[in-house]
Design a protein around this ligand. Structure first.
Ligand code: HEC
Ligand code: HEC
Length: 283
């Protein structure tokens, strides 16, 4: 009899404990979702939902014309500087190039084939930390890298109307993109190949595929900007690195009909990079 009572008490205690634990687990979830625990939600997203977040980054830059009145003048000036750099930022340009010669359509493209170097999303991608130099690079510094090297010119003063216009333009064409999202269309994908570049073969590719627009001596024509010589980018430019020329050319050249094999692109890049051009000195 005594033993039966004891067993009853034990069973009841265990049952209450189980139901209690179940209830607190159940309601605990609600408390988590609705209140203080809310910020833990993204960390527990299942992989499928994370993929959905990444896929949601779509290319939809607004037009400069649609900028709100408060920034429209700056956005349009920024677009003009990128499209006709020698006209709108003359004192800072040391060659015959404009930003748009590499950053097609003043950067409003989806990159990839025929897109040149997109700038859509740079407003959400900077400042960036440069491990090699151990400092953070903002868009003013990055823009002046291209003025000093790609444009063989001088840095725009940080406080200038022109720099403010360029940075406002970047922000506007980056509208809607999440800050520090992975933006798939920025930058140049390096070509994967074990081919050893052949400069002499690259010269033949140049004569056959490039000279018609860029000139026999890479000096540029009415149809295309210079690739080397006094009026092109200097030897400190990103485009002077054979890997970057090869990738850019494979995706974009001949303009409108990029049809070079990976091997031909690597060869012609080696040839172009070996030609004379202004020397970069960081004064
Ligand atoms: C000769 C070609 C060339 C010209 C002209 C040029 N750039 Fe660039 N630019 C590059 C290359 C190459 C990169 C590096 C791309 C990469 O990271 O893969 C770059 C990168 C940039 C970036 C950073 C983009 C990113 O994805 O992080 C900005 C901003 C930029 N350039 C602005 C300008 C502006 C403004 C001008 C005109 C004043 C200009 N560039 C002219 C070749 C050029
Ligand atoms: C049909 C004419 C045409 C042909 C052919 C052509 N290009 Fe271009 N290329 C252009 C034009 C035009 C631009 C500038 C595009 C712009 O401003 O939108 C350009 C830009 C460039 C640039 C970046 C700007 C500069 O001057 O540095 C490089 C590098 C380049 N081309 C390399 C080549 C190479 C290498 C070949 C041969 C494989 C080639 N191109 C064939 C028309 C051509």
């Amino acid at each position: 009899m005594k033993n039966n009572r004891l067993a009853f008490v034990l069973v009841t205690t265990v049952a209450i404990a189980i139901v209690g634990a179940g209830l607190s687990f159940f309601f605990g979830r609600f408390i988590n979702l609705a209140g203080i625990g809310g910020e833990t939600m993204p960390m527990s997203l299942p992989p499928a939902a994370q993929q959905e977040t990444a896929a949601a980054i779509t290319y939809a830059p607004p037009s400069p014309q649609d900028a709100p009145a408060s920034i429209k003048e700056a956005v349009l000036l920024g677009a003009n500087i990128l499209a006709e750099t020698g006209k709108y930022a003359a004192p800072y340009v040391g060659n015959k190039l404009s930003c748009t010669n590499c950053h097609f359509k003043a950067g409003i493209t989806q990159g990839g084939k025929n897109g040149g170097l997109s700038l859509v999303g740079v407003g959400a991608s900077y400042p960036q930390y440069r491990k090699r130099q151990d400092y953070a690079v903002d868009l003013v510094t990055r823009t002046n890298d291209c003025f000093k090297r790609s444009m063989n010119g001088k840095p725009l003063p940080e406080e200038s109307k022109e720099m403010a216009a360029i940075v406002t333009y970047y922000q506007w064409i980056s509208k809607g993109l999440p800050v520090y999202a992975e933006i798939p269309w920025l930058g140049l994908p390096h070509l994967k190949s074990t081919h050893a570049p052949d400069k002499a073969k690259g010269g033949q590719v140049f004569d056959a595929k490039c000279a018609v627009c860029h000139g026999k001596n890479g000096e540029g024509t009415n149809a295309a900007p210079p690739l080397w010589g006094d009026t092109s980018f200097n030897d400190g430019a990103g485009m002077h690195k054979p890997a970057n020329i090869a990738s850019f050319v494979h995706l974009n050249m001949p303009l409108g009909n990029p049809d070079l094999s990976v091997e031909d692109a690597l060869d012609v890049a080696e040839y172009v990079a070996a030609q004379p051009r202004p020397h970069f000195s960081n004064k």
